[in-house]
Design a protein around this ligand. Sequence first.
Ligand SMILES: [Zn+2]
Length: 277
Amino acid sequence: MTTGTARAARWLEDGQLKLRDTPMIFMYHGVADVDEDPNQLCVSPARFAEQMAWLARRGLRGVGIAELVDAMRAGRQRGLVGLTFDDGYANVLETALPALRQHGFGATAYIISDRLGGTNEWDEGPVWQLMTGGQVRELAAAGIEIGSHAATHMRLAGASPAQLTAEISESRTSLGALLGTGIRGFAFPYGSMDAASRQAVRDAGYEYACAVEASTAEIGLMALPRLYVGEQDDARRMTVKRLLYRGRIATRSRPGGQTPDNPPPGGSAGQAPRATS
Ligand SMILES: [Zn+2]
């Protein structure tokens, strides 16, 4: 039986990660009361408060992913849950931040560097405001980690080398200039990635990247899997979700545990409504 620390040291050498060593990372987009949300991207403020209280009641602490990766390196990730917000909606600053602060939680917001102050025009559906550069700085000053969600929110699997440079490397440079700090993390738009885009993330100097779904072979620092959390996830469903996540880990950790005949448990509680991020 190896200790967590020994395992952490082993996976850091090759960037690979055993799923059982991967803490839960929640994937959010917006926190707002909205009339129409066909892509299920928003959680209401009331539901979000319930979900944060659910974590706190279990003695779990929400943290940003750079902090989570540091804890994983040190073998002390127990009790930590990663909290992430993709796209950089203005309501993350206005609504999610106060709820996070109430519990002393951290989080990471993944920002689309060429769309500061714009809207989610890549989505079909309702139009929502994205943070301006000033608002992103305000969020960073409040202790929320800022990561890159590419430059324009394009799918990166199959992208050309020039597109990978513009979306991955240049977005890091531009967000770093905005904040005056290094940008440690990246999140793949739509969870769309392949070996070339993961390599481009590594080459650009990021320490880690968040995916949505990742295969056993892909899981690692450049493809941290995340769990969709939505408006339907009340406290009861959060409990089921956590158990399913643990069950998935147990299944995948057994040799040959995950086969086409023996898929990981997941079902609707563990899955995003569609591959969106
Ligand atoms: Zn996104």
